[in-house]
Design a protein around this ligand. Structure first.
Ligand SMILES: NC(=O)c1ccc[n+]([C@@H]2O[C@H](COP(=O)([O-])OP(=O)(O)OC[C@H]3O[C@@H](n4cnc5c(N)ncnc54)[C@H](OP(=O)(O)O)[C@@H]3O)[C@@H](O)[C@H]2O)c1
Length: 260
């Protein structure tokens, strides 16, 4: 799908960072938007700004997608508003950092619910209608953390490895059925991610702008790729992790992510 004009895009995690930039870029291309996250006032401000600037329609649906049942409620709210989704961007997510046993289990649980379960459930809910239309795009935001296990970010890395594996499998299942799947794998990016993480220790290399990350994703649509890594050094590193012996690779990654 190259032309998003008059299509409806649902963006999770649209209140900040990469999701907010997706909203700006897709609005500029004429897509109507459903914006969701927990921060209602940020979403309302963004929706008003984008509809005024680009003459698009916007809807705000506040949802905590780490809660069981929230993805189904979000889907139902879209149905009740009569919106058929053409582009689904599963972007909402957060990370946790530190020794596994010292992390809050509740926080890890929410992380898995948001980064994994919400992605699976929203995809399961919205895909059938896209298949009926033989048209649709699903962009799932993973990370360069998806390409190897991540000591000190064990749960986060595993959630993103899941997103990469899941999305690539669905890319293959659907590539001749009119629905394009793309896994977006950013490296460190200038967003609130590291504030939420509570440390900058896990930031690797120079941070990209969220605009760069979103441009990479949107340029990849229609290129028949199952995943795209933002940044050439990040791409090289993501491939290198497959070539280096596992024990050595784990030691290198551990050195990069260790709390300082
Ligand atoms: N920044 C990086 O370095 C980086 C690198 C690789 C991958 N990523 C991935 O990129 C995606 C976007 O993150 P970002 O960097 O843009 O960080 P961000 O600025 O912190 O944005 C995260 C978004 O997710 C939403 N969110 C968080 N918890 C939520 C919940 N329980 N329910 C619904 N929405 C929730 C937040 O909104 P509310 O707080 O309003 O709910 C916010 O809109 C994430 O999946 C992240 O893992 C980021």
């Amino acid at each position: 799908m190259k032309n998003v004009n008059n299509k409806w895009t649902l963006i999770t995690g649209a209140s900040s960072g990469i999701g907010e930039v997706f909203a700006h870029e897709l609005a500029a291309k004429g897509s109507h938007l459903i914006l969701t996250a927990r921060s209602e006032s940020k979403l309302n401000d963004l929706a008003q700004k984008l509809s005024k600037k680009h003459g698009i329609q916007t809807e705000v649906i506040v949802s905590d997608l780490s809660q069981a049942g929230a993805p189904a409620e979000l889907y139902q709210a879209c149905i009740e508003r009569g919106r058929s989704i053409d582009i689904l961007i599963n972007n909402a997510g957060f990370g946790t950092h530190g020794l596994f046993e010292e992390q809050s289990f509740d926080r890890n649980h929410d992380e898995i619910m948001l980064n994994v379960m919400a992605v699976v459930e929203l995809t399961h809910l919205f895909l059938p209608e896209m298949l009926r239309k033989r048209s649709g795009v699903v962009i799932n935001v993973a990370s360069t953390a998806a390409f190897q296990p991540d000591p000190y970010m064990a749960v986060y890395g595993a959630t993103k490895a899941f997103v990469l594996s899941f999305t690539q499998a669905l890319w293959e299942e659907n590539r001749k059925r009119g629905v394009q799947f793309l896994t977006l794998c950013p490296g460190s990016t200038e967003t609130a991610f590291f504030d939420v993480l509570g440390t900058n220790d896990a930031s690797v290399g120079k941070k990209a702008t969220p605009k760069h990350v979103v441009d990479v994703a949107l340029r990849s649509l229609g290129t028949n790729r199952s995943y795209v890594v933002a940044g050439s050094m990040n791409y090289i590193n993501s491939q290198a992790t497959r070539l280096i012996p596992k024990k050595i690779m784990l030691r290198i990654v551990s050195g990069m992510l260790r709390p300082r």
